[in-house]
Every structure is written in structure tokens, then in C-alpha cells.
Design a protein around this ligand. Structure first.
Ligand SMILES: [Zn+2]
Length: 205
């Protein structure tokens, strides 16, 4: 079993839209997302995207159109040195009470089965408290980024009932931490990466 890196999509890779991202034209990268994806690819760990897309279940976007959007996202990342192994999405609404819509951990379990992943040695980056809950339930080291909804989420009253997750400015910041932490766990940490991390430390709360 291998560790992996899981990423939320909206607010981590692309900007959230109030009326949802339904086409490639509406896919606006979060500043620094490409750099973050490139750094994660260089870590050698497989990267997966796990995203709630209730608009599919509500009929606002077909599964085929969402697959096409994700194919373009993966190609876009690959052109710039990133590597997204696979995208998993939950098409359901909260009312469907499925096991895959985050904060439920179903998508993590599915990816772990499909790709022989050790979730307890894996990482998850999201921008919402529901992401923190999902990542922690799945057993991953979980990082909340302040991009997307992250900053407002951190200021919410409910944030106080969560602990044990890291807070990073954006995906590159989270990627530096993950790369270093993975190297440390596997005994391949270098003085250079330690120094670089010291400048960009991720606070765990
Ligand atoms: Zn679902």
C-alpha cells in the first residue's frame, strides 16, 4: 500500500463560483494552484481530486460534461508539470444521504480500494470544515487552505470544534509541507527542505 495526496477541487485548484463551475470557460485557477500541483507531482506521490458536485444529481450538469471538464483540468495540469491520477466526484445532494458526499469519507475509501492506498499515511487538502471532517474521518493528515472559502471557514464559530488539522495559505504552501513531511516519514529529508519548511511552516491547530 502506498500513501497518496487528495485534493478538494473548488477553492483549492479553481475558484469557487456561486452558480457553480459548469464549463471550462468558468474554470478559473486559484492563484498558485499550478505551482502547487507541480510540487506535488515532484513528491512522487499520486494525486487524486475528490469533489462534491451535486449539480450533476440536480441535473444542472451531465456526468459526461463534468468528465469532459475534468479531462481538460487534468490535461491542463499535465501541460504544466502537474499529475492528477484520477478525479472522483459525488453527484449527490445532502438530502440523498449518500456515503460519498463530503464530509462523508466514501470517496477516500473508493480511491483507496481502486489504487491500494494507505489512507493513514496520506494527505488531504481542502478549503472547508467539511473537508477537514472528511479527511480526518478517512484517517489522512488534513490541511485547510485559506484560499477559496478557507479564510471565512476558519473564522466561523464551528471551527473551534475542530482540531488536529494544519492551516496553510494556499496549495503551494500545503505542498511544501506535504513534500517535506513525506520525506521525513520516509527518512529522505534534506537540510535544504528542512530550511525551506522552516520559512513556510504549516501551523497545526
Ligand atoms: Zn454521494
Amino acid at each position: 500500500m502506498q500513501p497518496a495526496i487528495f485534493l478538494d477541487r473548488d477553492g483549492v485548484i479553481n475558484e469557487n463560483r456561486a452558480d457553480h463551475v459548469t464549463s471550462w470557460d468558468e474554470f478559473v485557477p486559484v492563484h498558485g494552484a499550478l505551482a502547487g500541483l507541480r510540487m506535488l507531482a515532484e513528491s512522487g506521490l499520486p494525486v487524486f481530486v475528490l469533489t462534491n458536485q451535486a449539480i450533476v444529481g440536480r441535473g444542472q450538469l451531465t456526468a459526461g460534461a463534468l468528465d469532459a471538464l475534468h479531462a481538460r483540468m487534468c490535461a491542463w495540469a499535465a501541460r504544466h508539470g502537474g499529475a492528477i491520477r484520477q478525479v472522483y466526484y459525488c453527484p449527490h445532494d445532502a438530502a440523498d444521504r449518500c456515503g460519498c458526499r463530503k464530509p462523508a469519507p466514501g470517496m477516500f475509501y473508493q480511491a483507496a480500494r481502486d489504487h491500494d492506498i494507505d489512507l493513514t499515511r496520506s494527505y488531504y487538502v481542502g478549503d472547508a470544515l467539511t473537508d477537514v471532517a472528511a479527511g480526518q474521518t478517512a484517517g489522512c493528515a488534513t490541511i485547510l487552505v485559506r484560499s477559496g472559502r478557507g479564510l471565512t471557514q476558519l473564522l466561523r464559530q464551528q471551527a473551534q470544534s475542530y482540531s488536529g488539522y494544519g492551516v496553510a495559505g494556499d496549495l503551494p504552501h500545503a505542498a511544501r509541507f506535504i513534500t517535506h513531511d513525506h520525506a521525513r516519514r520516509t527518512g529522505r529529508v534534506s537540510l535544504f527542505s528542512t530550511m525551506r519548511l522552516a520559512v513556510n511552516s504549516v501551523q497545526f491547530v
